[in-house]
Ligand binder design. Structure first.
Ligand code: ADP
Length: 354
């Protein structure tokens, strides 16, 4: 069994601490995605698991082996980078088999392993080509193939799709998901793209400034975020946040007019400032000539449309609608939603009010 366990993992560069005591359990066979904004420490954490960065404190286990200070080659991991790092003078076949060749694995065995990886990744027609004669997506498949032939316990992916154009990214995302289904190995995948995280992960780890904000399945993070950061990061378009204040045991939300709203949870004391979180998917608009909410732009995506609204308090709101082929009203709109779908956050701590 080869899950990965981090206990109080710390990384310092000189005096600067960038990873602040991460505790995390990744099960054997799990697809775990580290996600967060640029600079939050996700690559550093992955490289610590790989052994490419020294761990300054705490421990890392792969299966039941303590690998905290083990050499990368002794950890049973294989890494796939954003830059494919292929040898330009070697064919696809040679690139994929090179690691095994260096380890003295017999030729016949290398051939068999390369053939198996090539079949999984549909590279059979390209085995004799050099990397320069391949598209970006094919090169990334070769890089993944090279990882597969090594038969690692754990696959580590560092933003592997960032260099590909949008369409290819979607294709490769599906291929990586298929690969995981097929070989069932433990995989850790770093991305700043929450759509990749949502679509690939069994478990998402949301990082910010070297700390874990929340760990959970994609759906649990989407439906049940612990704080405003996670709520705003997971989900597309992002969750809307309106300022509000607890008044007479209800919610006053100036953007929506003077009516007090019933809250779906026990509210903190009167006067507490809050953010009211509203997913674009739970909102709709109706014409209400007296309402000062206006529509700035409607984006058509085919099956759905996004309406970009401005409230009288100058807060912006995105509403997702189905269809949307009729000409929309531009002014005098009122926002409709079920108050039980509101998600509330304390304005100061940004923690969820449950
Ligand atoms: P991410 O992958 O989330 O974009 P990184 O893991 O690359 O973030 O970086 C995390 C933090 O560590 C950043 O603030 C970055 O500036 C810092 N960092 C990364 N490498 C070094 C280094 N060699 N020396 C000092 N700071 C570094």
């Amino acid at each position: 069994m080869s899950g990965v366990t981090l206990h109080n993992a710390i990384k310092k560069y000189g005096e600067t601490q960038v990873i602040h005591g991460i505790d995390l359990e990744i099960e054997h066979g799990e697809f775990c995605v580290f996600v967060g904004p640029s600079g939050c420490g996700k690559s550093t954490l992955l490289r610590m698991v790989a052994g490419l960065e020294e761990t300054s404190g705490g421990t890392i286990h792969i299966g039941d082996r303590d690998v905290t200070h083990a050499e990368p080659s002794d950890r049973g991991v294989a890494m796939v980078f954003q830059t494919y790092a292929l040898y330009p003078h070697m064919s696809v076949e040679e690139n994929m088999g090179f690691g095994l060749k260096m380890n003295g694995v017999p030729k016949a065995e290398i051939k068999e392993k390369v053939a198996r990886a090539s079949a999984i990744l549909q590279l059979d027609d390209y085995l004799k080509r050099k990397p320069k004669a391949l598209s970006g997506g094919q090169r990334q498949r070769v890089a993944i193939g090279r990882a597969i032939v090594r038969g690692p316990d754990v696959f580590l992916f560092d933003e592997p799709l960032s260099n590909l154009d949008a369409e290819l990214r979607v294709d490769m995302r599906v291929e990586i998901a298929r690969l995981h289904n097929e070989i069932g190995a433990t995989m850790i995948y770093v991305t700043h793209d929450q759509v990749e995280a949502m679509t690939l992960a069994d478990k998402i780890v949301v990082l910010r400034a070297g700390r874990i904000e929340q760990v959970g399945s994609p759906i649990s993070l989407y439906n049940d975020p612990d704080n405003k950061f996670v709520a705003g990061f997971i989900g597309s378009p992002a969750m809307n946040f309106l300022r509000g204040v607890v008044t007479h045991g209800k919610l006053s939300v100036p953007a929506l007019g003077s009516e007090l709203l019933d809250a779906p949870v026990t509210l903190p004391p009167n006067g507490t400032e809050v953010f009211v979180g509203l997913r674009p998917q739970i909102l709709s608009t109706t014409a209400a000539p007296d309402s000062p909410i206006t529509l700035d732009i409607r984006e058509h995506l085919g099956g759905v449309s996004y309406d970009y609204l401005t409230t009288p308090t100058k807060e912006r709101i995105v509403v997702e609608t189905r269809g949307g082929d009729e000409t929309p009203e531009k002014t005098g709109l009122s926002l409709q939603f079920d108050t039980s779908d509101m998600i509330l956050f304390d304005a100061k701590s940004e923690a969820r009010i449950r």
